[in-house]
Design a binder for this molecule. Structure first.
Ligand code: ZN
Length: 446
């Protein structure tokens, strides 16, 4: 789930990404001999990794296609089991119409295993393209492949799998305590989130660091260590119904529409212009009789010009970068709501949402490690993606608990549209970097 990236990305990338990890001779790479074995395996298996991606893209796994999501999950599960990982399918209540989640675990061997970091790798099995979409097939044209979920994010799941396969091949997986968590409903999460993300949060709490493999942004050498969270909110304002000629009087007051206008403009005056904060009312329905269906985004109102409005419902969202910014904004909004005009009352309710991923010191350290790895692979500095560029994702749930970094998947464009594509040259680059990152993190003390 993220806003569209620059449309010119691919042409930019063609110029900027000419050197890939595969183009470097392994002698110019700074890595241990076992790490180099893993890197060689990745280079040799790039075509195989692309074919595996093609197979999965050609199976529809739109979020509500429960059978399709499960089928995709079963293919990944088998692949993880083949390298000695244990898998588990997390079921969700049937009435949610969501497939559930795949978890694959590997326990480190050896005496000091429990002293080293436990790594969590996060992806998702579903796509936004349901069975009814005309966009269903993987189509390759040179180094570009179009298809649903190529970059969002079957490509990223493949980075996780092939990085672990490479480490297994090099004999390094034995040393790694790792959990892979692939959710089945990232694009349209089953609600309440307290239920559908319960086991993910438990997995996060049992690890020391979390990595997300949704797409790279702009070019091959980027990562995400900060992204905003979001919260839905609804504002319900009540006024005193009466003849319009009596508005502003002590008896009738100002009506629900003036009061809503006061509150919404108060939000704008108090909060617009803050760094990394947005607050947007998306739907307002007001009049004498109001019905509002927030789930389906549909509202209806009846009202007349000569009647003081009795009710206004507004639905909006709030996006912010840190938990402190969220809490302060909520307080500011409630303070504004409480100062009612005469003859009116108002309540503001916040729905559950995705927590912000703040740019913490722990996240910065992850970026520094990734940067070192990129240099060891003969590449340039990693650029941190601006927080405003990304929407929330499942990695956001990890951010309040453990150091987290996302955007480690493949490079592409057009996600959530029939123009979705992946630049296949990013396959060996992202997978090589992931293999070294997962291994080196897993060898650090907790
Ligand atoms: Zn998405």
């Amino acid at each position: 789930m993220r806003p569209r990236i620059l449309p010119a990305l691919i042409s930019l990338c063609i110029a900027a990404c000419a050197g890939s990890a595969t183009a470097k001779s392994t002698s110019s790479i700074h890595a241990s001999s076992k790490e180099k074995q893993a890197l060689k395996w990745i280079e040799k298996n790039t075509e195989n990794q692309i074919q595996f991606l093609e197979k999965l893209v050609n199976i529809n796994s739109g979020t509500t296609n429960v059978d399709g999501v499960r089928e995709v999950g079963a293919i990944y599960a088998k692949a993880f089991e083949e390298i000695g990982m244990q898998t588990e399918w997390i079921e969700l209540p049937a009435e949610m119409h969501r497939a559930g989640h795949l978890v694959a675990r590997h326990h480190a061997k050896g005496k000091s295993a429990s002293a080293r970091k436990r790594v969590l790798l996060i992806g998702h099995l579903d796509t936004v393209f349901e069975k009814s979409s005309p966009f269903q097939r993987f189509e390759r044209d040179g180094h570009i492949a179009h298809g649903p979920g190529t970059v969002d994010m079957k490509g990223g799941n493949g980075v996780i799998l092939y990085a672990l396969r490479a480490l297994h091949h090099a004999g390094l997986l034995d040393d790694i305590e790792v959990t892979v968590y692939l959710t089945g409903d990232e694009e349209a999460p089953g609600l309440p989130l307290a239920v559908t993300r319960e086991s993910l949060i438990a997995a996060i709490k049992s690890c020391d660091v979390a990595l997300g493999f949704e797409s790279l942004v702009d070019h091959l050498d980027t990562a995400t260590i900060a992204r905003r969270g979001f919260l839905g909110w609804t504002l319900n304002v009540k006024g005193t119904q009466g003849h319009s000629s009596l508005i502003f009087s002590d008896a009738m007051g100002y009506g629900a529409i003036y009061e809503s206008a006061r509150i919404l403009d108060g939000f704008r005056k108090a909060l617009a212009g803050q760094d990394n904060l947005t607050l947007s009312p998306g739907r307002v329905v007001g009049g004498t009789e109001v019905t509002d269906d927030n789930e389906n985004g549909h509202g209806e109102a009846f009202g007349k010009a000569n009647i003081i409005a009795k009710e206004v419902q507004t639905a909006g969202d709030l996006r912010a970068l840190t938990p402190e910014q969220v809490a302060a904004s909520q307080q500011t909004m409630q303070d504004i709501v409480a100062k009612n005009l005469p003859g009116t009352s108002a309540t503001l309710v916040f729905a559950e949402g995705y927590p912000p991923m703040a740019p913490t010191r722990g996240n910065q350290r992850l970026l520094e490690l990734l940067n070192q790895i990129n240099h060891d692979l003969g590449r340039k500095d990693i650029e941190a993606v601006a927080p405003m560029r990304r929407g929330a994702a499942d990695i956001s749930f990890a951010a309040p608990f453990v150091p987290s970094m996302g955007g480690l998947g493949l490079l592409g464009d057009g996600d959530h549209s029939p123009a979705e594509l992946v630049d296949l040259r990013s396959v060996p680059v992202a997978t090589s970097r992931a293999a070294l990152l997962i291994y080196r993190l897993s060898q650090m003390p907790r």
